[in-house]
Ligand binder design. Structure first.
Ligand SMILES: [Zn+2]
Length: 383
């Protein structure tokens, strides 16, 4: 686990953040959101959701839902854009079941999309990264409902079996939010650590990452640093590790969910997609080879999800030459038969989404009303 191989792990949570907005803009956004909820309530009450859900227009479209983690503890309070509670996920599944949505495997749904043979109300469930909480919570729920799902697995931390350094650092600092620590030298940082705002905590994480890069830390050394940060903050790191918070599923868990029918697909080995052609190919190839080995699959993975939802036009030829047949983004929208296969939009569901908003997207009304569709391409703290 050399530093040059260690993942930077760009943050997914960027996609729905309210980017460094001033108070006026935030309040306008809040007002618009409240108005939107009122409008959706009226439309649902007036039978428009059902009308659109039953339409030929919706039948020609595919909703790919994107999830990340289900909270083992309080992760949805730390990153509501990234996490959802198991209870909320259950409510989504109950809605899909009671309203006769056709939840399809990803590959099958994409074939139907191209052939224009999708069943009515078609939906695909995807989970990015492959965190342990999928094995522990989402997978049993999927089994209970009989729903197929795709996990886009990043493989470095599946072998490393340690908490993802950047995320666990951010999570631990959030647990000390509100504090202004006068001196960070004990964890190798200069000056005071301002944990009172998301921006302040993000800067501390950034400085910690810089220090791991400067010192060419291995994965294990980074885990030692995370342990020292925990001690410094008065957090029980051993207990956090034992709970498997912010860890990727290990080899045994991946093998088990794959054996039970979960589709495991590509998300790069180190959760990054470099511009350099050789490194780009290596990310796909190492990821694919490990997935093949871990899952004992008969065919190599060909579906891909951009780490952090970050994509560039220059990535597309590289994906094609690696025989990737589909790629999903964090951009918002329903897929049509005309959608670019390597830039498929999804609906990122999380704890911030109201049930009504989720229902509007299942029906297709959400897509008709969508204003902002492009996901942010980098993480920006919310304050
Ligand atoms: Zn990811």
């Amino acid at each position: 686990m050399q530093t040059k191989d260690a993942p930077w792990w760009p943050c997914h949570e960027s996609s729905l953040s309210i980017h460094s907005l001033d108070r006026d803009t935030k309040s306008k956004r809040h007002m618009l959101r409240s108005l939107k909820i009122v409008l959706l309530r009226l439309l649902r009450g007036g039978g428009i959701f059902e009308f659109v859900a039953n339409s030929r227009w919706r039948q020609q479209r595919l909703l790919i839902l994107c999830y990340h983690g289900t909270s083992l503890e309080d992760e949805h309070l730390w990153r509501p854009e990234l996490y959802i509670t198991l209870q909320t996920l259950r409510e989504r599944f109950v809605f899909l079941k009671e309203n006769r949505y056709a939840v399809l495997p990803l590959g099958e749904a994409l074939d139907h999309l191209r052939a224009r043979t999708l069943p009515a109300r078609s939906v695909v469930l995807t989970f990015d990264d492959g965190t342990y909480d999928f094995y522990r919570q989402a997978h049993p729920l999927l089994t209970e409902f009989g729903y197929p799902a795709t996990v886009y697995l990043t493989t470095y931390y599946a072998l490393c079996e340690r908490p993802v350094f950047n995320l666990i650092s951010s999570y631990m600092l959030w647990h000390r939010r509100g504090e202004l620590i006068p001196d960070g030298r004990k964890i190798g940082l200069q000056g005071p650590l301002d944990l009172r705002t998301e921006s302040g905590r993000h800067q501390v994480v950034r400085n910690l990452i810089d220090s791991t890069e400067r010192e060419h830390m291995t994965g294990l050394q980074k885990d030692d640093l995370a342990s020292r940060v925990a001690d410094f903050l008065g957090i029980d790191y051993a207990a956090l590790k034992a709970k498997r918070v912010l860890q990727i599923m290990n080899a045994k868990e991946v093998e088990e969910i794959a054996r039970n029918g979960t589709d495991i697909q590509l998300h790069t080995h180190r959760h990054r997609l470099p511009e350099d052609e050789t490194l780009f190919s290596r990310e796909i190839r190492e990821n694919r080879a490990l997935i093949l080995k871990l899952t004992a699959a008969k065919v190599p993975a060909v579906h891909f999800c951009y780490p952090g939802g970050v994509y560039r036009p220059s990535f597309l030829p590289g994906l094609r030459s690696e025989q990737v047949v589909s790629a999903t983004t964090c951009d918002t929208g329903l897929c049509t038969s005309n959608s670019q296969s390597l830039l498929l939009p999804r609906f990122v569901d999380n704890q911030m989404r109201a049930q009504l908003e989720f229902e509007s997207w299942a029906a297709g009304v959400g897509d008709l009303l969508a204003v902002r569709r492009a996901a942010a391409q980098k993480y920006v703290p919310r304050d």
